[in-house]
Design a protein around this ligand. Structure first.
Ligand SMILES: [Mn+2]
Length: 271
């Protein structure tokens, strides 16, 4: 009986699980920080134990814009999919905006105001100095379209909107709390902030997301937010889901430009 009661207690305390027997890492908004992405991937790989299956890597979107090397980030992610088949990639609102610009430059011009210029430079195209110079923009647009490789376009067009694993639901931005997870709009999944962030109702699954930056990652029984504003703070964060345990791994750019990686476990109560 003692054994049974202990077993029941254990079951009661069991938290949400993504995949039994395999670690899952969900990586937050990279925004052109190629060095932090490489550091984080190396850190995750170095932590792999002998005999352990490859962890599943889920990228939460916003690979491009603002930071210096969006093109390098996409190239690294494409390579990663070759090295570690099974990695999964969500679309952020910034990938949506970049694709829109590639398709329709006038409709997509707004993209240049929220980080797109840095992305153009990473592909070797200098954006016009004057935002109102439509002819210069038309020219830059043509150069940019020619500069983005077909492999990058295929990657951007193949991104997912949601990933469901066990008790977890992975999205870029969040979900509308009064609507079932199966009936969310693409717009909300990629753009929502409130009422998702502050709502207190439990959702069908724990939502893992990026999009809204904070100095520290967020973790409670409704949601895990891992956007730590990499292009601004120099810290890129991923959450590690290991059984019903939860922790964070961070790649940090030091003052001398080197990148260090550290793990941080959350105790069960905090999780
Ligand atoms: Mn975003």
């Amino acid at each position: 009986m003692k054994f049974l009661s202990r077993l029941l207690k254990r079951q009661e305390r069991r938290g949400p699980i993504a995949i039994e027997g395999r670690r899952v890492f969900a990586i937050g908004d990279i925004h052109g920080c190629h060095d932090l992405l490489c550091g984080l991937i190396d850190g995750i790989q170095a932590d792999k134990q002998p005999g352990e299956p490859d962890p599943l890597l889920i990228f939460l979107g916003d690979y491009v814009d603002r930071g210096p090397d969006s093109s390098g980030v996409i190239e690294r992610l494409i390579q990663l999919r070759v090295d570690q088949p099974g990695c999964r990639f969500l679309s952020g609102n910034h990938e949506e905006a970049m694709l829109r610009f590639l398709k329709d430059f006038e409709g997509g011009l707004i993209w240049s105001t929220y980080g797109g210029k840095a992305t153009m430079r990473s592909y070797g195209v200098e954006p016009p100095a004057n935002d109102d110079d439509v002819e210069a923009w038309r020219e830059a647009h043509a150069l940019f379209c020619a500069a983005v490789p077909e492999t990058h376009l295929r990657f951007l067009r193949g991104l997912e909107d949601t990933i469901e694993l066990g008790d977890y639901f992975f999205v870029h931005a969040g979900v509308r709390p009064d609507r079932p997870l199966s009936e969310q709009s693409t717009r909300d999944l990629r753009w929502i902030r409130e009422p998702f962030l502050s709502d207190t109702r439990r959702l069908e699954k724990v939502i893992v997301h990026g999009h809204t930056p904070g100095r520290e990652p967020h973790s409670d029984d409704r949601r895990i937010g891992v956007d730590t504003w990499a292009y601004n703070t120099g810290v890129l964060t991923a959450v590690e889901l290991d059984g019903d345990g939860r922790g964070f791994i961070q790649a940090r750019r030091e003052a001398d430009g080197t990148v260090t990686v550290g793990f941080e476990d959350l105790d069960e109560d905090a999780a």
